[in-house]
Write a new protein. Sequence first.
Length: 257
Amino acid sequence: MSLKGKTAVITGSNSGIGLGVAHELARAGADVVINSFTDREEDHALAASIAKEHGVTVRYIQADMSKPDQCRALIEQAGACDILVNNAGIQHVSPIDEFPIEKWDAIIAINLSSAFHTTAVALPMMRKAGWGRVINIASAHGLTASPFKSAYIAAKHGVVGLSKTTALETAREPITCNAICPGYVLTPLVEAQIPDTAKKYDMSEEEVTQKVILERQPSKEFATVEQIGGTAVFLCSDAAAQITGTTISVDGGWTAL
Ligand code: NAD
């Protein structure tokens, strides 16, 4: 399938899943806007390298997804937004009674509220263009819970709810909205949790990966960023035109348990 002529905006996409999604949408022919809160030479160089690899236009736009006005400005600056992928996300692990208030606020802002702000600006553009796809990167933790991840799980359940509402508000239009729910994908966000968990359980990092991190993933394998990107491309295809308001798990069987 070809996404030639479409513009995709992917929040939080200079790393991990967002970057994988950017590559797969570019491979399918879409022009792409990648984003993060930094403004380094390497961010712009990354955009240029994706453009070169896939022969599409790629721009890097700096915007901090914890700030409502910057979320909205990202979509406005993009100028077009046929495909919106709300992906930016952070994690913090701590019991509720010790959870730092500023971490709670940051996780809710970046992982949930940013998707509300970008969607609010993107929908009128999609309506004008007569086609649109909103793809929210939720999580298996948008459907199930684990201890010590209260803010993340509340935000991801919220993202699933926001996806359903967006789908209902656009149901009579050629616009869909769905949430992809990955299980564990080996990205910097997950890698960062391994050393501390190894210390906590007095295990090697390999043991932590198999016995703690992949414990709930029956396949015992990480999902890959390419698989999440491929799922996003599928959601942009004509075959997915009637798929809206739902979740697609890419989790090695986690939510079947
Ligand atoms: P990652 O840390 O590699 O990527 C996170 C991205 O978000 C980075 O590009 C980072 O720069 C960006 N970001 C962080 N704060 C930002 C801010 N304030 N403004 C703009 N951008 C910001 O992590 P990842 O694993 O690729 O996570 C991407 C998304 O996938 C997140 O929403 C995460 O919750 C979700 N997810 C990840 C996994 C997993 O196992 N890795 C599983 C399920 C869901």
